[in-house]
Design a protein around this ligand. Structure first.
Ligand code: ACO
Length: 432
């Protein structure tokens, strides 16, 4: 971030100099860090649409053109040439790993795959039909109980153990997820296998039986790698901003990531991938081809889930990649999913409809990802959990930026108070 020159702000005839900052890709901002001190006023930006809450070197998005880069690398190149583990390393450490770095990172992931045996009792105490996102948030937070040396709430100490904490989280989140799935179905827990790669190991823990090992096809492993890789980071979205907010108080990585899980759960964020399939299924069940649904969305009664984005006013580049993979995976697996046809119809109809065109609403990452996950056999209520597994490297990288910066200040926005002005206490007998 460079300070190019000053900009001048005039408030009721008084002029104030504000530093004007420029990012690597020419993004510009007024630095208002000292605005209140200088003018007595704060900025008001409900929903943070115009607020740069931090500087970050992890991810770049240009929403007008639909550009997404991790650490400078275009998402299209990573999707074609990389896999989830390598991309996770890149997102967290800033560079593509050398062969030795990659091997070491993989070894740490393998080492940290199993969860503490006592955590099984925690699972036991939750209702069998608990939503997997509720379980995931609880279990990620609980990691601080079982691995307290990685979660001291002293950033200097936690940063010393960062490699262990990061790989513990990224590896165990997949074990926790598979375990939650198995237990919710009354199935025996399947332990991680050292010889398997990250995605294959996850599918093994999900779908193997003690007497019948799951055979993972290369296409399925590739599709899962792609889904996770495409979710690895997305700059200051709701959950990542939440992770940074919690981290800024000095909280450890597990607590911060657990907060991210909670923020991700909502249907306007990560929960949208589940909501998309529910929407497509409802359209299918009602015999509609999507026309009625589009009309209702335009009336403001519904939202076309998986459409629209705060930042992208063009195609979400991840949706383009996932859309293509969706078709090829279904073809390879010999599956014919009627929901894919409905999704294609909806996209077509929306892209030709003035309502969506004027508002620049395009498919986002969640529009097609659920169809791939269905094809892999992931149950619907676990879709958002899959998003969380994919997003973990981004949360870890953002936590690290906050925790390792000696100049980090606690995140503490202000507000414009609109409640009652001062008034005197009324004894209960006199209240009306
Ligand atoms: N369907 C129909 N209309 C929509 C949609 C949609 N999916 N999204 C936005 N609009 C309309 C709004 O009604 C509004 O119309 P108006 O100007 O007539 O009032 C206009 O487009 C602008 O919408 P906002 O809500 O102001 O946009 P915002 O940036 O606040 O919201 C969001 C972005 C939450 C993603 C929104 O587009 C949405 O709800 N989409 C559906 C949910 C979804 O897919 N979420 C996943 C996002 S990606 C992610 O988090 C991984």
């Amino acid at each position: 971030m460079t300070f190019a020159r000053n900009a001048t702000l005039e408030i009721f005839g008084q002029r104030h100099e504000l530093p004007f900052v420029v990012g690597t890709e020419g993004e510009t901002a007024f630095d208002i860090t000292r605005l209140r001190e200088q003018t007595g006023a704060i900025t008001f930006d409900d929903g943070y649409g115009n607020t740069g809450s931090c500087s970050s070197a992890i991810t770049y998005i240009e929403g007008e053109q639909g550009i997404l880069r991790y650490r400078g690398y275009p998402i299209e190149q990573l999707a074609e040439h990389s896999d989830f583990v390598e991309t996770a390393y890149l997102v967290i450490y800033g560079e593509l790993p050398t062969a030795a770095q990659r091997a070491n990172f993989s070894a740490l992931l393998t080492e940290n795959a199993a969860i503490h045996e006592r955590m099984v009792y925690l699972f036991e105490s939750y209702p069998r039909d608990a939503h997997p996102m509720a379980l995931l948030g609880a279990m990620v937070n609980a990691l601080a109980c079982y691995y307290p040396h990685l979660a001291t709430n002293n950033h200097n100490r936690d940063i010393t153990n960062f490699d262990d904490a990061a790989t513990t989280l990224i590896s165990k989140v997949r074990t926790i997820t598979a375990m939650a799935y198995r237990m919710s179905r009354g199935l025996p827990v399947i332990y991680p296998k050292r010889s398997l790669k990250y995605c294959e190991n996850f599918l093994h823990m999900m779908f193997s039986e003690p007497y019948d090992l799951y055979q993972c096809s290369p296409e399925v492993a590739r599709a899962l790698n792609l889904i996770l890789l495409l979710h690895a980071d997305h700059e200051q979205n709701c959950s990542t901003a939440t992770v940074r907010m919690v981290a800024s108080s000095g909280a450890n990585l597990f607590a911060s990531a657990a907060a991210g899980v909670c923020a991700l759960w909502g249907p306007f964020h990560g929960g949208a991938n589940q909501a998309v399939i529910e929407m497509l299924q409802a359209i299918h069940d009602s015999g509609d081809d999507g026309t009625r649904f589009i009309a209702e969305a335009k009336d403001g009664n519904r939202r076309l889930m998986g459409f629209g984005h705060r930042i992208y006013k063009n195609y979400d580049p991840r949706a383009k990649i996932i859309g293509k993979t969706c078709e090829s995976l279904l073809r390879t697996l010999g599956l014919n999913d009627p929901l894919l046809d409905i999704a294609r119809n909806l996209e077509q109809a929306a892209r030709n409809d003035a309502y969506f065109v004027e508002r620049r609403l395009y498919p986002n990452v969640d529009f097609y990802s659920g169809i791939i996950m269905r094809a892999i056999g992931i149950p619907l209520n676990m879709f958002t959990v899959m998003f969380a597994i994919g997003r973990m490297p981004g949360w870890v990288a953002n936590w690290r930026e906050v925790a390792s910066n000696p100049r980090t200040r606690i995140y503490r926005p202000r507000q414009i108070y609109i409640g009652p002005a001062q008034r005197d206490y009324i004894p209960v007998g006199q209240r009306r």
